[in-house]
Write a protein that binds this ligand. Structure first.
Ligand SMILES: Cc1cc2nc3c(=O)[nH]c(=O)nc-3n(C[C@H](O)[C@H](O)[C@H](O)COP(=O)(O)OP(=O)(O)OC[C@H]3O[C@@H](n4cnc5c(N)ncnc54)[C@H](O)[C@@H]3O)c2cc1C
Length: 566
């Protein structure tokens, strides 16, 4: 059998290859000895054994390898059709909407007075600002967000607007073209010495991206984690993975930094095409190359902004849940998840018991040891080891200034800030002739203590918040001169703000660290029967598309993977 090159570096492939070589060497040796005798039937028998081993042994060994590997992942079957969802983030709402549509009795308990979690907007004196989300991926023909909306009978074009962006590098503003090919051509124009490398690099990225989504029809409209591929599509899909997805396979276990060094010499080029690492919150050196291939979907298929602000998208999903008979209870903080004999029984919120055989937890998983008595020790340890992702600081400005000449998204690599002028995408977000401007900077979560409002007097908190907010205005003014003279309203979100409204650990904006060497996120099925995880705490991670995927996976699992399109 001929195995393509993509298998050749796999340690398990090499082991099996070694075993087969050993088997054939032994057969040849025995046959050589037998050739001096008259045992020709035995010779033929041994050769047949060798051929059969070559044909069947690899798949048998690989199958048993995966079976053993995936044994540790919980695989209980949920029962009943009543589901409690803890948290109305996009992960929870997605899961709830799909389940409600399919006849499940869904109850969402949300501690805040609004649904959406991080996918939220707020109004100040006629200006609408977004909590932070400014560009959403997964809205294309095979994109999970688009496929979800199709399934919920919503036209994604009615909801989202294509956004545009520009980068600032060495004080030069670079408009990023909307078409992927134009983006590549722009890079070639800027860095002509690297033309071949640019073409080869993006060829690899595009192929890997397509491979990642090519089986989506067989997997319920979402990419699946390995144990689920094994369960839902079958072992062959994993066995054939390197053959069918050689470009994805070549990126596994590689960092984005290594990939860049393999292809490019120019440091400015490397910086420029690393801009979107911000959507993972990792350093270039520790970003998994495959994660970046997924993030490059923004260049391939575009990024989108919800018309009217992010809150509209969350509200839409909540409305769908209600339209299908589900219930959303706001201001309901879940204080306990009830478990008996390792099976979930319901939750307690506002001192009241809500019973259900299935609970989907959309909060940050660091809460679980406090919410559940006697959680298995190894699971607690797994949770304890998780490191938060980056957090952020945002200054929100309502300006009596027309910024329509600027692109809606400006990512300034020199100053480490992002500028979002959402009113350029939807003019209803600001009064006539005015603009909204949000200035964001990503920060390590160590900074959380500096803003921990509970550990300082309010004056100190406000003065620290103001200082940071003004610092960001100063940096932004170097790109858009004069803004400080046109401020109608100014507000800010600190890491504490992010934590306060969503209970996300240390205000982490993407859940947990997604570096290549970070402890893995917990599986979507917990060791407690009936208790699921959705949202940024589980596969595949932070970001609207990612948490949508998590919500779809949990819903499909609850429904038994029976209604997936094949
Ligand atoms: C500043 C910022 C910028 C971002 N930019 C982008 C972007 O441009 N594009 C993108 O795709 N993503 C972006 N993200 C990330 C994205 O917003 C998040 O990954 C995603 O929204 C998280 O969804 P989630 O399902 O994990 O739930 P979360 O948003 O974390 O919400 C969880 C919900 O559960 C509730 N909850 C928690 N615990 C309890 C409890 N015990 N009882 C009841 N309710 C509870 C919370 O109140 C909250 O409503 C950004 C995030 C931030 C903060």
């Amino acid at each position: 059998l001929d195995y393509p090159k993509s298998y050749w570096n796999d340690p398990y492939f090499l082991k099996i290859n070694f075993l087969l070589t050993y088997i054939w060497t032994t057969i040849f040796f025995i046959n050589m000895v037998l050739s001096f005798t008259s045992f020709s039937l035995l010779t033929i028998f041994l050769v047949i054994c060798g051929v059969l081993s070559s044909i069947f042994l690899p798949s048998l060994l690989v199958k048993s390898f995966f079976k053993k590997k995936f044994k540790k992942y919980p695989d209980w079957k949920p029962r009943g059709r009543e589901v409690i969802i803890v948290g109305a983030g996009i992960g929870g709402l997605t899961c709830g909407a799909l389940l409600a549509k399919n006849g499940y009795k869904v109850k969402v308990l949300e501690q805040h007075y609004l649904v959406g979690g991080y996918c939220t907007s707020f109004k100040r004196r006629g200006f609408t600002f977004d909590g932070g989300v400014e560009s959403i991926s997964g809205i294309w023909e095979k994109g999970p967000v688009k496929l979800l909306l199709d399934e919920l009978f919503v036209n994604s074009q009615d909801i989202f607007i294509r956004t545009r962006e520009a980068y600032v590098l060495n004080d030069r503003i670079i408009d990023i073209p909307e078409k992927f090919d134009d983006f590549i051509n722009l890079l070639i124009k800027m860095f002509p010495d690297e033309e071949d490398s640019i073409k080869n690099f993006f060829n690899l990225i595009e192929k890997a991206f397509k491979e990642l989504y090519m089986d989506i029809d067989k997997t319920g409209g979402v990419p699946l984690p390995q144990p689920l591929i094994f369960k839902v599509v079958g072992f062959k899909a994993l066995f054939n993975y390197p053959r069918e997805k050689p470009h994805v396979y070549s990126l596994l276990n590689k960092t984005f930094g290594e990939l860049l060094d393999e292809y490019f010499r120019d440091e400015d080029l490397k910086r420029l095409i690393s801009t979107l690492v911000a959507y993972l919150g990792t350093s270039i050196e520790k970003t998994p190359a495959l994660s970046m291939a997924i993030i490059y979907g923004y260049y391939i298929n575009g990024g989108f902004y919800p018309k009217g602000g992010s809150q509209k998208y969350a509200n839409l999903l909540a409305k769908i849940i209600e339209n299908y008979g589900g219930e959303i209870l706001l201001n309901h903080k879940v204080e306990k998840i009830l478990v008996e004999n390792n099976e979930v029984k319901g939750v307690i919120a506002n001192g009241k018991i809500f019973k259900a055989p299935i609970v989907v937890f959309n909060g940050n998983v660091k809460q679980l040891p406090m919410l559940i008595n006697n959680l298995p020790k190894d699971f607690i340890e797994k949770i304890r080891r998780l490191k938060p992702s980056v957090t952020a600081f945002i200054t929100y400005l309502g300006l009596n200034m027309d910024l329509s000449n600027y692109p809606p998204l400006i990512k300034d690599l020199d100053r480490g800030i992002g500028l979002f002028i959402n009113s350029n995408l939807d003019k209803h977000l600001a009064p006539k002739g005015c603009s909204t401007l949000s200035i964001i900077t990503l920060l390590p979560t160590d900074i959380y203590d500096y803003f921990d409002k509970e550990k300082m007097d309010i004056k100190t908190y406000i003065s620290r918040k103001r200082k940071y907010a003004e610092e960001l205005v100063k940096r932004a003014e170097e790109i858009i001169p004069g803004i400080s003279k046109h401020i109608v309203i100014m507000d800010a979100a600190t890491p504490y703000t992010f934590k306060q409204y969503t209970l996300n650990y240390r205000g982490a904006i993407y859940g947990f660290d997604q570096s290549i060497d970070a402890p893995p996120r917990p599986y979507f099925k917990t060791p407690i029967k009936g208790l699921y995880l959705v949202g940024a705490s589980t596969f595949p991670g932070g970001g609207i598309e990612a948490v949508t995927i998590s919500g779809i996976i949990a819903a499909r699992d609850i429904m038994g993977w029976s209604n997936i399109r094949r």
